[in-house]
Ligand binder design. Sequence first.
Ligand code: PEP
Ligand code: MN
Length: 344
Amino acid sequence: MTTSDTLLVFDEAVTRAGVEGWIQHLESAGAPIEMYRLGGTHVLPVSDVDLIHTAGPELPAPTHRVLRNTEVFLGRKELRPRGTAVSFGPTTIGDGSVTVIAGPCAVESPQQTLATAAAVAEHGAVGLRGGVFKPRTSPHSFQGLQWDGLELLAEARERTGLPVVTEVVDPEHVKRLAAVVDGLQIGARNMQNFALLTAAGQSGLPVVLKRGFGCTVEETVAAAEYLLLEGNDQVVLCERGIRTFEPSARFTLDLTAVALWKQRTHLPVIVDPSHSGGRPELVEPLSLAAIAVGADALLIDVHIQPEQALCDGAQAIRPQQFADLMGRLAPMAAALGRHMSGAR
Ligand code: PEP
Ligand code: MN
């Protein structure tokens, strides 16, 4: 396949028989056939444009023709111009509302997890985050409660009704986690762990794909392609800060990436102001900016006692600060003609 192939895109309105007709036409001309799917949309790369012109009138016109100048295409906006809505339990990410997912960086104890979950639910979060397997820079740091933590997350969901998302660090863990949680997170350090991406894609669960802090905007889209290729279109791109020369914050939040992903891909975008700023006082300004630039959702670290946290306490906000933040987000959403997800 050359990189100048044309992609014929057939949206849901085109019947399977119509797409089969195209496949037969290409096959009869001896062209190699590869067919890709994004939900009900079919994508057929055609390397010889003459074959498009010789197609019979009975064949349905493609909804869109894209000149493929990249090997990455399933995430491209042209395939689904109205965007992808991701179903995270009862919560939808990417329907135009502002979705807030919050919770502890790590599940540490029953009290910490259940109290934090109750607090974020009370103040309007529509999803709960919490790591049970933590990919830590040092092997001496707290590695998470692992499988014991998973039960706590399930209990927190039971009590609050919030869907839960947790990080997966090992392809072997995917099935067992997926049996319990509503969404999987691929961490920044694993964005290009391709075996993990494939396994997470196969789970069929929504996946929050965090941008590697040394990876580009397009490399992130390429990583998402691994998930999409497994027939899983429930992918949320996450900007969580990149490493730059600037030491004043833990990472530098790249809001340009948010705007570019919204323009170039059909996937919803979530911003993590906690891991990027690394400081509680940066969470609110970065959150407001993220929504202003077009992010669909926010992923926020909240802890009942940040000074006691076993992981990333330096960036967690307290429940009251979270409540204040939600109060500031609502008018920002309204000013943009949007509403807070879950708000009555
Ligand atoms: C996290 O969200 O807990 C986390 C580890 O984030 P990141 O992968 O972005 O560092
Ligand atoms: Mn963390």
